[in-house]
Design a protein. Structure first.
Length: 231
């Protein structure tokens, strides 16, 4: 087959312990999924889960042991970090029950849901879509994916991010309002999940701004860390 323009390259993420890579289909994100983060954003912390998407090519895939690069994006004066556990879907499906969700998970990674907070806030105020605040180029840095069998107890793992060596966010995945299984149940009722989908599960409290030149070090216990420099 010949294409009328050059088709885009497949976006992919390294997999721990192999040369093989995980191809990215869609990026789903869960909003306000830790109570203390919902509160810092001005909400009660109790609401049904809600979702937004980022384009697959917003991924900045960072190799094990290296520091990824994210160019400071246009239009914003308030670029925020949101450290998140990312779930990588290996087997698709729709109407997946929470109890069966583990059968659909390939592995886990550390991700940053980078956010142009000023633009997101403006869109919220006007009741408009969040795309410009959330779905911009380079907005989804991610570290290598650890296969589920090697990942340990991610549901109870400590999660953190430091900026220039200073603690910014520090919590535990056990504090998710909607846990991994429940998130997959809700998400797969709305969309048919596909192999290659990534789910950014939400961020704990402590979101704040980063500047050009800052270095972020993110981690979830049991997974490869994510190192990122803003340039
Ligand atoms: Mn987020």
């Amino acid at each position: 087959m010949r294409f009328v323009v050059t088709p885009p390259a497949t976006v992919s993420v390294p997999v721990v312990g192999t040369e093989d890579r995980f191809p990215v289909h869609r990026i789903y994100c869960v909003g306000r999924n830790y109570e203390d983060h919902a509160k810092e954003m001005g909400f009660t912390g109790r609401e049904p889960p809600f979702f937004f998407l980022k384009p697959a090519d917003a991924i900045v895939a960072v190799e094990a042991g290296s520091t990824g690069v994210m160019p400071y994006p246009s239009l914003t004066r308030n670029l925020h970090h949101e450290i998140e556990l990312v779930v990588a879907i290996g087997t698709g499906g729709k109407n997946i029950l929470a109890a069966d969700a583990h059968k659909h998970i390939f592995g886990y990674a550390v991700g940053l849901d980078m956010t142009r907070r000023d633009l997101q806030g403006e869109m919220k105020k006007q009741g408009r879509p969040w795309c410009i605040g959330k779905g911009f180029d380079h907005s989804a840095p991610i570290g290598p994916i650890t296969p589920a069998a090697q990942a340990g107890d991610v549901a109870n793992a400590e999660i953190h991010v430091q900026v220039n060596g200073q603690d910014r966010q520090h919590s535990n995945v056990s504090k998710l309002i909607w846990n991994i299984g429940e998130t997959i149940e809700h998400l797969s009722a709305a969309w048919e999940l596909q192999p290659g989908d990534l789910i950014y599960t939400g961020t704990p409290e402590g979101v704040a701004a980063v500047l050009q030149g800052d270095t972020l070090t993110g981690g979830v216990a049991g997974l490869e860390p994510l190192n990122l420099k803003i340039t």
